[in-house]
Design a protein around this ligand. Structure first.
Ligand code: GUN
Length: 296
C-alpha cells in the first residue's frame, strides 16, 4: 500500500484563505480588524524568523500585527507591564509571547499573565483546564492544525484508536484532549512506554510528537493507519542538513493509509491556526459567532 500524502501546505493555504475571507467580512460588516501582538525577548535567530513570519502572515490575512521586540536583559517587571498594557488594549485580540524566553524570566508566570481570552497559543493554565474539561477555550495551534487535518481526512473520528507519542504541554497533552473530545480512544505514549512498538501498532491514528528524528519505523504502523508527524528535526546526512520528522517517512508511507510529510505537513498548519485563533478571539471579544471549521 502507498499512503495518501496529506498536503499540509495546501491545507494551510485553505485555512488562511478562509480566515482572510472572514476577516474581510468582519471589517465590512462590523468595522472590526482583529489584531495580534507578538512579543519577542532577545535575539534568538530561530525565534526572530518565526516572529517575522507570524507578522507577515497576520498582515496577509488582513489583520493588524503589533511586534514588540525587547532586549535580552529585559526585566520580568517590564515584560509583565507590557503584557498588562496589551491585555487592556481593545485593538489587540491575540497575544503571543515567543518561547523560549531568556533564562532569567519565568515562562509560566509570564504566560499566565496573559488574558486567557487573548491567549492565542492556548498555553495559559485556564485554557489548559478548560480544554481538559471539554469547555470552550483557546486551543494550542499545532494540535488544532492536526485535528483539522484528521477531521478532513476521516470525517468522524468517533471510536478510532488514537495513539499520541509524546507528552509535551504544547503538543502531546492537548492533542490527546482534542482526540478524546472527538470520541477517539486515546493512549498517550512516550519514550519510556513499555512495548512502544506494540502500542503504536494498535493506532488507527498515530500522532508522533517526541522530537526524535525518524524514531518510528514502518513496522510500528498498522496497515491503513493515518500518521501525523509533528516532528521537525534537523539532521546531517550525506554532508547536507536535512529536515526529518519523528517517523521514518519512506517505510511508514508504505504501510500507512495517509501520512503528513516533513516538511510540508503539520508545520504550515501552526501559523494558519494562530491566525484562526486570533480571528476566533476577535469574534468572541465582540460577541459575534465564531468562524465555522476553524475552532476545535
Ligand atoms: N516557540 C516555538 N513554537 C512556539 C509557539 O507555538 N508559540 C510560542 N509562543 N513560542 C513558540
Amino acid at each position: 500500500m502507498s499512503a495518501k500524502i496529506i498536503d499540509g501546505k495546501a491545507f494551510a493555504a485553505g485555512v488562511r484563505g478562509r480566515v482572510a475571507s472572514h476577516v474581510a467580512r468582519l471589517k465590512a460588516d462590523h468595522g472590526i480588524t482583529p489584531g495580534l501582538a507578538v512579543v519577542l525577548v532577545g535575539e534568538d535567530p530561530a525565534s526572530e524568523v518565526y516572529v517575522r513570519s507570524k507578522g507577515k502572515s497576520t498582515v496577509e490575512a488582513g489583520m493588524n500585527s503589533y511586534e514588540h521586540k525587547l532586549d535580552a536583559d529585559t526585566s520580568e517587571a517590564t515584560l509583565l507591564a507590557l503584557i498588562d498594557a496589551l491585555n487592556k488594549d481593545p485593538a489587540v485580540n491575540g497575544i503571543l509571547v515567543q518561547l523560549p524566553l531568556p533564562k532569567h524570566l519565568d515562562a509560566d508566570l509570564v504566560i499566565n499573565a496573559i488574558d486567557p481570552a487573548k491567549d492565542v497559543d492556548g498555553f495559559h493554565i485556564s485554557n489548559v483546564g478548560l480544554l481538559g474539561t471539554g469547555q470552550k477555550s483557546m486551543v494550542p495551534c499545532t494540535p488544532l492544525g492536526c485535528l483539522m487535518m484528521l477531521r478532513d481526512h476521516h470525517g468522524s473520528l468517533s471510536g478510532l484508536d488514537a495513539v499520541v507519542v509524546g507528552r509535551s504541554n504544547i503538543v502531546g497533552k492537548p492533542m490527546a484532549q482534542l482526540l478524546l473530545g472527538d470520541s477517539c480512544t486515546v493512549t498517550i505514549a512516550h519514550s519510556r512506554t513499555k512495548d512502544l512498538a506494540e502500542v503504536c501498532r494498535r493506532a488507527d491514528i498515530l500522532v508522533a510528537a517526541v522530537g526524535r528524528p525518524e524514531m518510528i519505523p514502518g513496522d510500528w504502523v498498522k496497515p491503513g493507519a493515518t500518521v501525523i508527524d509533528v516532528g521537525i528535526n534537523r539532521i546531517e546526512r550525506d554532508g547536507k542538513t536535512k529536515l526529518v520528522g519523528d517517523v521514518h517517512y519512506a517505510s511508514c508511507a508504505e504501510v500507512a493509509g495517509a501520512i503528513t510529510p516533513v516538511p510540508g505537513g503539520v508545520g504550515p498548519m501552526t501559523i494558519a491556526c494562530l491566525l484562526a485563533n486570533t480571528l476566533t478571539a476577535a469574534c468572541r471579544a465582540n460577541g459575534l459567532p465564531e468562524p465555522e471549521g476553524l475552532t476545535a
